[in-house]
Structures are given as C-alpha cells and as structure tokens.
Design a binder for this molecule. Sequence first.
Ligand SMILES: Cc1cc2nc3c(=O)[nH]c(=O)nc-3n(C[C@H](O)[C@H](O)[C@H](O)COP(=O)(O)OP(=O)(O)OC[C@H]3O[C@@H](n4cnc5c(N)ncnc54)[C@H](O)[C@@H]3O)c2cc1C
Length: 571
Amino acid sequence: MFLQGCLSVQTYDAVIIGAGHNGLVCAAYLLKAGYSVLLLEKRPIPGGGCTTEELMPEEAPGFRFNPCAIDHVFIHLGPVVQELQLEKYGLEYLYCDPVVFCPHPDGRYFLGRRSVEETCAEIARFSPRDALKYAEFVDFWQRAIGVFIPLFNAPPKSLIDIAGNFDAAKLADLGSILGPPDKILDFAQTMLTSPREMIEEWFDCEVLKAPLARLAGELSTPPSQKNMAFGAMMMVTRHNPGLARPRGGTGALTQALLNLVQSLGGVVLCDQNVERVLVDDSRAVGVRVTGGTEYRAKHAVISNIDAKRLFLHLLDPQDVDNANPALRERVERKISGNNEAILKIDCALSEPPRFVHHNHQDEYLMGSVLIADSVNHVEIAHNDPNVGKIPDANPSMYLAVPTMRDPSMAPEGKHTLWIEFFAPYQIAGAEGTGLLGTGWTDELKNQVADRVIDKLAQYAPNVKDAIIARKVESPAELSERIGVLRGNYYHIDMTFDRMMFFRPLPELANYKTPIAGLYLTGAGTHPGGSISGMPGRNCARVFLHEQQPVLQTLKDAGKSLGSTVKSVLNL
Ligand SMILES: Cc1cc2nc3c(=O)[nH]c(=O)nc-3n(C[C@H](O)[C@H](O)[C@H](O)COP(=O)(O)OP(=O)(O)OC[C@H]3O[C@@H](n4cnc5c(N)ncnc54)[C@H](O)[C@@H]3O)c2cc1C
C-alpha cells in the first residue's frame, strides 16, 4: 500500500495513534531524545481516560468532572513525573487523607488514613485483632510492591533494564520476600490464590474485609478470582505512595504532558480518527485518517490503542498475514475479554453527601468512598456483569466528592459527585438491541442510575435533594467515547495470565510487533491499565534501544552498575 500525494504528505520520525496519557508520555521521551513526533487523537480533546471536562455546560456551568480516572496511585510507583519534570509544566498533586471511607450497614465504618498507625487505630475500634494483623499485612505488601516496582518500570523482556531498577532498598525487599525454598513456595502459593482467600486468611471483621475486597475488585475481577491475590495490595498502595489527584482534575496531568510535548516541538492533532496503518514492503510507514489525509512515519508508528483494535481494525489483513500468518487468529481468539464495564454517574451538587448514620465528618469525603456491605456484596457486583446481569438490586459502588479536596472544580460552595458502578457491557437477553447492540438505552441507564442513587441515599439521605444535574454514561457510550472494545477501560483484562510477558500475547509483549516499525503502547501493554505512564515510558525505551542500541545499552548498564554500587556502599 502506498502513500498518496507525496508532496502534501507530512512526515515525522514517529506517528502515535491516540493521545491518551500513555501516548503523550511516550511522545515526551521520544521528543527529549531528539525525534519529531505527531500524535493523532480521534476525540476533540486529548487524554482518553485521563480528562477533566465541563460535562453539563448548560445545566451545571462551571462544574468540572473527571469522566474516567480520578485517583492517581500507580504513576507514583514510577519515575515519569520526576523524569519529565511535570511540575514545571503545571502539574501539582494533592494527596488525600483519609484515603478511604466505607460505611457498614450496622453503623460501624472503616476509615483508612494515609498513616498505617492511624488506620490501625481506626480498625482497633471494631477489631483489636484485625488492627494488629493489618500492620503485618501492610508490611508484607509493601515489601512485595518493592519487588514489583523494578518489573513495572522496564520492558518485561529486558533483563538489564529490570536489574538497573533494583536499588538497595528494593534488593532488601527481594531478600525479605524470598529465602529458603519453603518461603519462596509460600510466596508463590499466596500469589496464586484469590484476594478473597488472602483477605479471609488475615482478617475476621467484615467491616474491614468488604472495603479491601472492593478495592481489589478495581482490577475488574471478583474477589474470588484465583491468581489475583495481588489485588489485595490495592489498599496498601494508598498508604505508600498514597492517593493523589492533580489540582484542577485528572486532566491536569494530560495538560502538563501536552505543555511539555508542545514545548519540545511535538504536534498533537485532534478530531483525527486513524482508520488505517500503512505498510510498505513489510514496514509500517504511516497512517491514514478518516477523510483520507495520510501522515508518514520515518521510524515508527506507535499505537496507544490495544492489539485487537490495531491488528483487527486498523491493518490490512494481508499486511498482518505477511508478517505472521497466525497472528490475526491469535489476537482475535486468544485475547478474550470479560463482560465487566462501568456505568458512570457524574452529578453537580448543591452540598456534599452527609453520612448521618455514621457520625458524619467532612473528612470522610477527602478520598474514595466505598459502598460495600460485605465481601459477598462485592462478589455479586462483579459476577453479575460477567453473565450479563446488572447488579442493581443492591448496588455496590465507588464514589468520590472531588471538590472536597479541590474546591476549584466547582462554583464556590458547590460540589461534584463521581460514581463508578460495575455493569455488564453486553446485557444478557438484549443482544442486538440498544446502543451497539448491547441492550443499553437512555431509559435503562437512567433507571440503573436511579437505583444506584437510591442505595447511596440509604447512607447519605441528603444526596437526592442535593443533585442539581447529572450525566449518566452507559458502558456502550464509554466504548464509543474513548474507543475501547467492550467498555474495557484497561484495554485488556488485568488478570495474572495477561501480565508482564503475557500482555497482550507473548509474541507482542515487548512493545514490538512482527511488522517492522510498528510498536504497541498503552494500557493493553505491560504493566497494564490505570494512570501510570509506565507503558508509554517502557515503549519509548524499546524504541530508543532499537534506534541507538549501543548508546542505550551503555546507559542502562551504567544505571545498573550505579544501583549495584549504591547498594554495596549502602548509599
Ligand atoms: C470510569 C473510569 C474510571 C477510571 N478510574 C481510574 C482511576 O481512578 N485511576 C486509574 O488509575 N485509572 C482509572 N481508570 C482507568 C484509566 O482511565 C485507563 O486505564 C487509562 O486512562 C488508559 O490510558 P491509555 O493512555 O493507555 O489509553 P486511553 O486513555 O484509552 O487512550 C487511548 C486514546 O486513543 C484514542 N483513540 C482510540 N482509537 C483511535 C483511533 N482510531 N484514532 C485516533 N485515536 C484513537 C482514544 O480516544 C484515547 O484518547 C478509569 C477508567 C474509567 C473508564
């Protein structure tokens, strides 16, 4: 396939499909290394799942909402913010404390604070034994996280890169996790269990177990899912590195990245839906957008969208088959997806919700609020969507009142409410009806939202009267808005079998593809979804290694040596 109209075609070193935060991070590293970069974004604004928008300008002017991500944790387990000096480009993180509030139906509640000690004191109010165990639980997971961090921040198949990330503290964590064979086997067995089993092993009290299970389920699997024990660490990350939100909303991260990219000469074009990756002589050489405009890439076409969309929708089947005759079928049939997505509710409020049955304090609303009455309640919240049922008879939810921590997001004295409710993408029995054939209609999404708000009102009775306006987005609408398949905002499931060198498939796991010059980044690559920037940074490193193998290997080896020397000298 050849590029049309040679004279008018714009050429860049790299063309990136999609300006999600990972595409922007990747672009920033390439630009800093001296490459020219073009990002093409299908929406009118960049950011993908990392935007802040005035969703209801007529009914609620001046209220700014995060339609997708709100809580930034994983980005603080990597060096992106510091390396790219994003504070210089306008980013400021506000840390939340308390980090989690979960009211129990019997009037007790879990209040997780940033400090582990203070959290234990809160737990001791309802279970002195669980309070003691909680400190041990956090210590175990903090050491495990210390071991995971070097793996997250390197391409999964790059040993030098991974080794370079182990400094003295992380080597100590590794030593403390591993040990004699039985200890290693015990750690491996723990990782193969489910969050539920792990939580049940450590704790007695439902008031603590339910919120831990709900946070584990943020990886979009039920608490009973085997091999997902690492989900149990989700609460632990809220102590360290902590739960942070950019001042001005989640989109302030995208804006800072955009400021940096543009200051380095990068070009971001919106309303540009890439519909074809152009391949010439087995090499990706550019893209074509809806309307026919083509852009040429000298060294790389980088996809911020997942392997399924890239290989099945954007490439000519013949070009894929020429590179690897088995790939299309493997991508189509081996990368399966669960049916769980999110129904999102954003409200403009005249006053914050008040948890009057739980000795309401405004500080409860600083971080995340979980409605999770029991571990079984959370189990149903995930299992029902998987079989196409809407778990709205007794909704479990995750909510936040972002304006409590950052009043700049609403007119003075007013508030916003962010509610995430797990719901099926495809509703069973409604195939072929509604939006995208999923069964979702405006009437249905509003009925479900009413039930979610009814449940919340059992805990915060003032919430209904406080709503000035609301916007409800069904899983099918989410898919249309940011282009993700089947509402999967992590692009690909976050289960253990899809992590590291399995993400998205072993042959695609190091950000490279069988088509020369075509790279993958984004949530569908290692280490996965959420706001982390890690897939973007790792992909850039792989590209730079290919372009400058000697220079990059020397740099990585130098870093590796530096870490070892620091460890030995205990610096
Ligand atoms: C409701 C909700 C709540 C969430 N909450 C959190 C949270 O609190 N914390 C957290 O860490 N994560 C959260 N997430 C997940 C997080 O938002 C995503 O995992 C993350 O944004 C993925 O980033 P990305 O850059 O890899 O991909 P994306 O954000 O999906 O970016 C891909 C970009 O590509 C564009 N695109 C798609 N197709 C094309 C095309 N053909 N041509 C051009 N452009 C295209 C899209 O419009 C998009 O801008 C949430 C997600 C949702 C939906």
